[in-house]
Design a protein around this ligand. Structure first.
Ligand code: BES
Ligand code: MN
Ligand code: ZN
Length: 489
């Protein structure tokens, strides 16, 4: 698993900069003003920084962009990186600046001369998140990334902010590692083991095995894993940092590989279905962040871990299964398996924990990608306050999310001739009928939100803070949502 190098925050000392090796980062405002650190490097390099800033390339650069001076005269550093940034940048600009640094730094140690520019902890976060690579399966030389040091005038203040943001980074990277991992490595058992390891952080982690799931009556979830050699599991992670109030529940779809089952998917692109546990990955990442920053809230994370495989034991199209709730489901298409998993885990979460609200996350439908592309997750909710609070948090973290409708008008599509419902509603409004299906397993008056993250959990092109592959979308937004809604005094 990826080991995150924590940036160190130190007090400004400009006396030994000439001898410093690696990369040195300085900041210039959009109108070309240099702060103390940049002025020092400017004089050491005989106005090298000023000449960079006076170049049209700097004028054309956007805020947060970086320009590299290679092997500049007058300093031992192999690079001076000039970043265009206001003295009081927004969170987005500060993180973008950090990402720009990560993209040009190479493997060298980096010294960021932050001085008294605001939001240096966010610069560090951007640098750490964009510097992520997934390398456990690359043999040969793996160059370890050098250290990040941020020199600032108020180190105590910046360190406190950075500690919280690094807890977020740890959660995001945990989610990315899980989501990037191939399915022969991240089996249901390996997934559960990695979650069990989080007990060392103060979380209570229980793994429910197939025998217990059968006793609980989770026929819907179990029907998905029938065809696989990997046993189905439900993992329950509890963080009790609040008082004795009921917890908030997070529930994730953890299909470690989705072949479609007997309703087999086409070969092209099927390899992408290693990310079909992305919802469970986000829930796991958020729980890690909450534990690391010792959140003052009670949150329970539940994930349904299964593998959807075709075999002689696999569920057939036309089979009828019974959910823990007691409702029967006619499985028309074994590729609509995520909702079958969520149905039972959501019911169990509500029965056992009587939570104050529930959010579930799932790479649920290809249709949400048709609707929203890779920029926004689909948001479905029966509660305007819950969805507004979440959308506000997602906006603050720059994680795209867009609300789509729910309505009983779509329910007719889920009618079954022989069972209480069927598991697919046809092509039209595929993401909405999936959400309507899940809502049947939400109790009356339970505040609930469903996030369809099929388009955002893993992407083919780099994003602002992630290379191509797993993004960790949602960890920061959900962490902020919990902080703002459940920890505010
Ligand atoms: N895991 C898929 C959805 C998905 C598609 C996730 C693309 C990420 C990228 C899900 O289990 C699925 O197969 N959904 C079907 C539902 C259909 C059979 C009603 C789909 O979207 O085609
Ligand atoms: Mn599927
Ligand atoms: Zn799936």
């Amino acid at each position: 698993m990826t080991d995150l190098a924590q940036p160190t925050i130190t007090e400004t000392d400009l006396t030994t900069l000439a001898e410093r090796e690696g990369a040195i980062v300085v900041f210039a405002t959009p109108d070309g003003a240099l702060d103390a650190g940049a002025r020092k490097i400017n004089s050491l390099t005989r106005k090298g920084v000023m000449r960079t800033v006076d170049n049209p390339q700097f004028a054309k650069a956007k805020e947060g962009d970086a320009i590299v001076m290679s092997y500049p005269f007058g300093v031992a550093a192999s690079k001076v990186i000039v970043v265009k940034l206001a003295r009081r940048p927004s969170v987005t600009q500060a993180r973008k600046a950090g990402a720009s640094i990560a993209k040009v730094r190479g493997e060298a140690d980096v010294l960021i001369l932050g001085g008294n520019i605001k939001r240096m902890a966010d610069v560090a976060l951007g640098c750490v998140l964009r510097g992520y690579t997934f390398t456990p399966h690359k043999t040969g030389d793996k160059d370890a990334l050098g250290a990040i040091e941020v020199m600032v005038n108020e180190p105590v203040e910046v360190k406190a902010a950075a500690d919280v943001l690094m807890a977020v980074a740890e959660g995001v990277v945990f989610t990315r590692d899980l989501t990037n991992e191939p399915a022969n490595v991240l089996t249901t058992t390996e997934f559960a083991n990695r979650l069990k390891d989080m007990e060392s952080l103060g979380l209570t982690v229980e793994v429910l095995e197939e025998g217990e799931l059968e006793k609980l009556g989770m026929g819907s979830l179990l029907s998905v894993g029938h065809g696989s050699a990997s046993p189905s599991k439900v993992v329950v992670m509890q963080w009790n940092g609040g008082g004795d109030e009921a917890p908030f529940a997070l529930v994730g779809k953890g299909v470690v590989f989705d072949t479609g089952g007997i309703s087999l998917k086409p070969a092209a692109g099927m390899e992408d279905m290693t990310m079909d546990m992305g919802g469970a990955g986000v829930v796991s990442g958020v729980m890690k962040t909450l534990a690391l920053r010792k959140a003052k809230a009670n949150v329970v994370g539940l994930v349904g871990l299964v593998e959807n495989m075709p075999s002689d034991r696999a569920t057939r199209p036309g089979d009828v299964v019974t959910s823990m709730k007691g409702d029967t489901i006619e499985v028309i298409n074994t590729d609509a398996e995520g909702r079958l998993v969520l149905a039972d885990v959501l019911w169990y979460a509500q029965e056992r924990f009587k939570p104050t609200g529930v959010i579930n996350l799932a790479t649920l439908t290809g249709a949400v990608i048709i609707a929203l592309g890779h920029e926004n997750a689909g948001v479905f909710s029966n509660d305007d306050t819950l969805s507004k609070d979440f959308l506000k948090a997602a906006d603050a973290e720059d994680e795209g999310a867009w609300r789509l409708p729910l309505s009983p008008a779509y329910d007719a599509k889920l009618k079954s001739r022989i069972a209480d419902m069927k598991n697919v509603g046809g092509r039209d409004a595929g993401s909405i009928t999936a959400a309507q299906f899940i809502q049947r397993f939400i109790k009356d008056d339970m505040p609930w939100m469903h996030l369809d993250i099929a388009g955002v959990a893993s992407v083919k092109a780099e994003t602002a803070l992630a290379p191509a592959g797993a993004t960790g979308w949602g960890v920061a937004a959900l962490n902020r949502f919990i902080a703002d809604t459940y920890e505010a005094e």
